[in-house]
Design a protein around this ligand. Structure first.
Ligand SMILES: Nc1ncnc2c1ncn2[C@@H]1O[C@H](COP(=O)(O)OP(=O)(O)O)[C@@H](O)[C@H]1O
Ligand SMILES: [Mg+2]
Length: 468
């Protein structure tokens, strides 16, 4: 119903087009038939007139006929004439022997066919009367036994009957064309409506899909072939929407969960503190603890903000050739304190350049190193290495420590994902570090992966070179 009511409807256009086409086809055919009939009738009428004049010629050759006509002109006039016909028999320069002209047609001034020449259709003279009715006439000389001079026969006919018949025929053709075009418009309307019903069904199905039933897919079972690409496209779109939507709601659930812990801690501690008067040291400790929680919250919101910005399609990064060994050294200096605290040593390998945004590269490597330092076994080494290939640079961070189970590895880079659930409450773990690494690598069109086997965990980042 909606479809037909819209500003321009396919169905209505189709029906109108069909109607016009049918009218044009029927009218053209009708016109061609009309012309053919008109031509045939013309030939027939012409032949009849020629025939009549010919018969008169033969008749007049008879010895007595002219005398008989002279004696009883009225009898002959009645016999030979009729309502539509003109007949004039006349010796040149004399009064006519017979003049029948019921229609009061103008007697045509035609050059007569000479007496001994045979009559053909060419002898017929055509004329249109002022009222539009055709008039035909033949004039011929006839030899009579009576006189030396030939008798002139002029016979004509007003084609009223024929004009009326052709007019009727024309009206019928127009009527028929009109009826046919109305019928074909109705038929086209019906066919198009039927043909478009799968489209209406598709619209109904898509209209029924919302957030609550994102997992519903459009049924392509009895859809016509032409709609299959559309349905496949829709279903593909739904797949992507559903997975993004699930991811988003997972992220916000995780975020709420992670915000709850520090806020709950602060609320609880503050409430206890407010319960009674405390000494200064108590308040100092409380503030210190709150400060830590606030730091954690602030780090988390910073990370969330970074991820949200990085996901914007128009986020631009400023890539340049960054010197690997200088960058490694800078990170080693930064992590010197924490590494010493955990009794681990940083080993740096590799040189050359890497095509990256220096700030983002630093942030990604710092996140990997922070994890490595945190999880490394005391007394072990953390290896920070770079290897150059034609297509780009791979940087790896490797440490000895707990093995990450296979099923965690794939999800490690998801937001808020932690392999070790006990770390949820830890103030140093946000579960966002590797998610940030992933989005930095996405911005660089690079690759990222994690491996963990026999107590050795290795994260690799691949940065493509400038050309790629
Ligand atoms: N070097 C590593 N050794 C073992 N587990 C690791 C290592 N790096 C990361 N992980 C696991 O991956 C999880 C996600 O890391 P990350 O995204 O940096 O979050 P966070 O460090 O805040 O917990 C960590 O919680 C930890 O379980
Ligand atoms: Mg981390």
């Amino acid at each position: 119903m909606k479809l037909a009511g819209q500003s321009h409807s396919l169905i209505n256009r189709l029906a109108l087009l069909f109607a016009l086409l049918t009218f044009a086809a029927t009218a053209t055919l009708g016109y061609a038939l009309y012309r053919a009939l008109e031509q045939q009738l013309t030939v027939r009428d012409d032949a009849a007139l020629v025939n009549r004049v010919d018969q008169l010629r033969t008749l007049l050759r008879d010895v007595d006929v002219v005398d008989l006509i002279r004696q009883k002109p009225h009898l002959f006039a009645n016999m030979l004439g009729n309502r539509e016909a003109l007949l004039v028999l006349q010796y040149p320069g004399q009064a006519p022997l017979i003049e029948v002209n019921p229609g009061n047609s103008r007697v045509p001034d035609v050059k007569p066919v000479v007496a001994d020449a045979p009559l053909s259709l060419d002898a017929v003279h055509h004329r249109i009367e002022p009222d539009g009715t055709p008039f035909i006439a033949v004039s011929a000389a006839a030899i009579t036994s009576h006189a030396q001079e030939p008798l002139l026969i002029t016979s004509g006919r007003l084609l009223t009957e024929r004009t009326r018949m052709l007019g009727n025929y024309r009206d019928q053709i127009v009527l028929l064309a009109a009826i046919m075009s109305v019928l074909s418009a109705l038929l086209a309307y019906w066919i198009a409506r039927r043909g478009l019903s799968p489209l209406r069904k598709l619209a109904e199905q898509t209209g029924a899909i919302g957030i609550r039933n994102l997992s519903v897919r459009i049924d392509s079972a009895d859809a016509p072939q032409e709609l299959l690409p559309l349905i496949t496209g829709f279903n593909g779109m739904l797949d992507r929407l559903e997975s993004s939507f699930t991811q988003l709601s997972q992220v916000s659930a995780d975020m709420a969960h992670d915000l709850r812990t520090p806020i709950g801690n602060m609320l609880g501690q503050t409430e206890v503190a407010l319960g009674q008067r405390r000494d200064v040291e108590y308040y100092q400790r409380l503030l210190g603890s709150n400060f830590e929680e606030l730091q954690r919250l602030s780090k988390m919101t910073d990370s969330m903000l970074f991820l949200a910005r990085a996901e914007h399609a128009d986020h631009v990064i400023e890539r340049k050739a960054v010197d690997v060994s200088a960058e490694f050294q800078r990170l080693a200096d930064y992590f010197e304190g924490p590494a010493e605290e955990r009794d681990v040593r940083l080993v740096l390998r590799g040189e050359g350049g890497v095509w990256a945004d220096a700030v983002l590269l630093r942030r990604a490597l710092a996140n990997l190193l922070a994890n490595a330092v945190r999880y490394a076994e005391p007394g072990s080494e953390i290896i920070l290495a770079a290897s150059q290939e034609a297509e780009g640079t791979t940087i790896t961070v490797e440490n000895t420590g707990p093995t990450i189970a296979e099923h965690h590895l794939a999800r490690l880079f998801d937001r808020f994902y932690r392999a070790d659930p006990s770390r949820h409450a830890s103030s140093s773990s946000s579960g966002l570090g590797l998610a940030i690494v992933r989005s930095i690598m996405t911005l660089h069109q690079g690759k990222w992966s994690a491996e963990s086997r026999d107590g050795v965990t290795c994260f690799s980042l691949f940065f493509p070179t400038a050309q790629q």
